[in-house]
Design a protein around this ligand. Structure first.
Ligand SMILES: Nc1ncnc2c1ncn2[C@@H]1O[C@H](COP(=O)(O)OP(=O)(O)O)[C@@H](O)[C@H]1O
Ligand SMILES: [Mg+2]
Length: 313
């Protein structure tokens, strides 16, 4: 491995740290990049950190191998969804980010929306699709365009913007290949924003400008044409109001440590919450690190701040 030297002060503070990366979800490749970046930063800072891929080794050996803490850099199912968090609870190894309940809830876009709606927080109107759906009734109810996506997937996988009634069923079929729960939402046009938070503080919002307004898998990870604006350019009072909304959206789901909510802001200033990410991307050019940088925190400081907050329960 690299020649990073363990700093005794870091060792005393954090013990032996496992950076959980990879895993078995559809977002495995992104997680390998996130975890790799976190691992490199922590080791360079003198932390006794080691990569651990739950797809290769069973998590229970973490205890035998003397790990004291875990930094969860897994994305998607089997990492971001409460299962790994539950395992770490049983092993009594403090871990970063949200606990079991909030992780599981936030992984489910449908139930997340139900909680937000019940609390009066704004989120697009929706319908759950299945083989028995009355397609015309959904079109009549939500209006076109409609955005169809799998309930438990990330990275825009299996998502379609439906502009013609006849496309709705095919969009459901595509999303259903990724998930047995598929949601259709009214399509919200406006500015795409993402809102990271760290501990109890909202970080600066990021405005995303994807080619053609299409923030899909390709434009998330593989093109250089997507623009990320941070600061986002909104008037300070409006940004603060959105940050307060984000912290409230995180609180009602029970999130902690860190995370990132995605939202759309219409031209006339109405925000719509799309989803909460409890284990967001952490590559050098991911969004949370970008917002942290604008708040005066470099990537290493961010990793250490997240790690400091690792806990059980
Ligand atoms: N109701 C919607 N209206 C318009 N665009 C949407 C809607 N839902 C999702 N999108 C677009 O799809 C992207 C991915 O959706 P999101 O709910 O954030 O899921 P994920 O990021 O987990 O794939 C969003 O960033 C946004 O560009
Ligand atoms: Mg998203």
């Amino acid at each position: 491995m690299d020649k990073a030297v363990v700093d005794p002060a870091m060792r005393a503070k954090f013990g032996k740290v496992a950076v959980l990366l990879g895993g078995t979800s559809a977002e495995r490749d992104v997680s390998l990049m996130s975890g790799g970046a976190v691992l490199e930063a922590l080791r360079a800072a003198g932390v006794d950190a080691h990569g651990f891929d739950p797809a290769e080794f069973d998590l229970h050996i973490l205890k035998e191998q003397g790990y004291d803490r875990a930094f969860i850099a897994l994305h998607g199912r089997g990492g971001e969804d409460g299962t790994v968090q539950g395992m770490l609870e049983l092993l009594k190894i403090p871990y970063t980010g949200s606990g079991v309940m909030a992780s599981a809830l936030a992984m489910d876009k449908w139930r997340t929306k139900m909680v937000w709606a019940a609390c009066g927080l704004p989120t697009p109107r929706y319908a759950i699709l299945n083989a028995d759906t009355d397609w015309d009734a959904v079109v009549a109810d939500l209006g076109l365009p409609i955005f169809v996506k799998p309930v438990h997937e990330g990275s825009s996988m299996g998502a379609t913007k439906v502009t013609e009634p006849a496309q709705l069923k095919a969009a459901w079929e595509l999303a259903a290949r990724f998930d047995d729960l598929v949601i259709a939402e009214e399509f919200i046009s406006g500015a795409e924003l993402t809102a990271p938070f760290l501990h109890d503080r909202a970080l600066p919002l990021i405005r995303i400008e994807a080619p053609g307004g299409n923030y899909d898998y390709q434009n998330k990870y593989f093109t250089d044409d997507t623009r990320y604006l941070c600061p986002c350019g909104l008037p300070a009072a409006q940004e603060q109001a959105l940050q307060a909304l984000i912290m409230q959206s995180a609180r009602v789901l029970g999130c902690r440590g860190w995370g990132r909510a995605d939202l759309i802001l219409t031209e006339d200033g109405r925000p719509y919450l799309l989803e909460m990410n409890t284990s967001p991307g952490m590559t050098g050019h991911s969004l949370v690190p970008m917002a942290a940088r604008v708040a005066g925190m470099d990537f290493t400081q961010l990793c250490l701040a997240i790690l400091e907050d690792a806990r059980l329960g």
